[in-house]
Write a new protein. Structure first.
Length: 367
């Protein structure tokens, strides 16, 4: 029994610490996953709480695992594990049955599990948790209660600050397919002979207050009475999916610029802002000023956004704006705005609005 308890403590501790850590590395990714959950359960009004819930969840998981593994406030840690499993096991069972969200996000973007795999994983963890619960009265304090609570509080503060740091300055470990050093076209290659995803690209236009969906074959490219609203890629049939499968850059008049951007031999900067209105005027102004500086110094500068034509036209600053699917923008970089440096389609650097290099740094790229 003693060996079984030790094994259970180690497994539960490590799993919850790992789960909490990868979520803390990418809190915005966890917030996006909460969005998916809320949409699936028709409670989208909770979206504004997603980021706070993401930070609370990663902290709770890390502390529960840390407590169980180290023995500091171990009884509290066991109860924390019970509560977390009690909440998420039924949810993952419902998701496994209905499959409204393909990936639970329990290990962030570090490890992807199907909903059934997640549910089965939780069932196994429940067995180990029961073992710890049965033997919980044998847990002994390592230090005084006050000392242990001080240590736990300090760890909580560290996890929260770590999450906030990753939120502001980009994840310290990039689990996304758009990593620095990646050549985007290489990650878009589909091996010969495999079944591929089939997508339908829809363009949403508006006329006389009425929105209508169009395909690539019939969108009103030359009809100025229609106003472009947004572009959507709809998965029609699932097949092999390369790491980067939805990268498409379209001008505001519907022209595809993807190949031109990825084949440009020199340096170019992508300013990624999923929604212009959400980025804030100060951050946008700083980005636009960088864009003007880059263009003057012979560096390409492209603004990628999911905002509609009217919002883009209202800015009218002479810079090049392009339409990209919002999900793609969220996957490219966890910042609004964020910046990506390309050279011949390879990602040479990524920054958030908080740590973008100085203008002079970019000017030296020509040397």
């Amino acid at each position: 029994m003693k060996i079984l308890k030790s094994v259970s403590r180690i497994i539960i501790g490590l799993v919850f610490i790992f789960s909490g850590t990868v979520k803390a590395i990418d809190p915005l990714g966890s917030a996006y996953k909460f969005h998916d959950y809320f949409h699936a359960f028709n409670i989208g009004f909770l979206n504004s709480f997603s980021l706070a819930l993401a930070i609370i969840l990663c902290t709770a998981e890390f502390i529960a695992g840390f407590s169980v593994l180290t023995g500091l406030r171990q009884k509290t840690g066991i109860w924390g594990v019970i509560i977390l499993l009690g909440i998420f096991t039924p949810i993952t069972f419902i998701l496994a049955l209905t499959n409204p969200v393909s990936d639970c996000g329990c290990f962030g973007d570090a490890i992807h599990l199907t909903n059934w795999q997640t549910f089965e994983k939780n069932l196994i963890l429940i067995v180990f948790t029961i073992i710890l619960y049965i033997d919980r009265k044998q847990a002994r304090q390592i230090f005084s209660a006050i000392t242990e609570w001080i240590i736990i509080t300090g760890i909580i503060a560290m996890v929260v600050l770590f999450s906030i740091g990753n939120l502001i300055y980009l994840p310290v470990v990039d689990f996304l397919p758009y990593k620095t050093g990646v050549k985007i076209t290489d990650k878009m290659i589909i091996p010969d002979g495999v079944a591929v995803d089939k997508y339908s690209t829809l363009f949403i236009y508006e006329k006389d207050g009425i929105k209508k969906k169009f395909t690539l074959n019939n969108y009103p490219a030359n009809d100025t009475t229609w106003k472009f609203i947004e572009q959507k890629s709809i998965l029609m049939k699932k097949g092999y999916r390369p790491p980067i499968h939805d990268f498409s850059i379209t001008s505001m008049d519907g022209t595809d610029f993807t190949r031109k951007v990825l084949s440009y031999p020199g340096y170019s900067v992508l300013m990624v802002t999923k929604k212009l209105a959400e980025a804030g005027n100060k951050r946008l102004t700083e980005g636009f000023q960088l864009g003007e500086y880059c263009i003057k110094n012979g560096i390409g500068f492209y603004i990628l956004t999911a905002s509609g034509t009217d919002e883009v036209k209202s800015i009218n600053n002479g810079l090049d704006f392009f339409s990209v699917d919002e999900t793609t923008l969220k996957t490219m970089i966890r910042s609004n705005p964020g910046y990506m440096l390309l050279k011949n389609g390879s990602i040479m650097g990524k920054w958030s609005w908080a740590n973008i290099p100085s203008k002079e740094w970019f000017s030296r790229l020509r040397q």
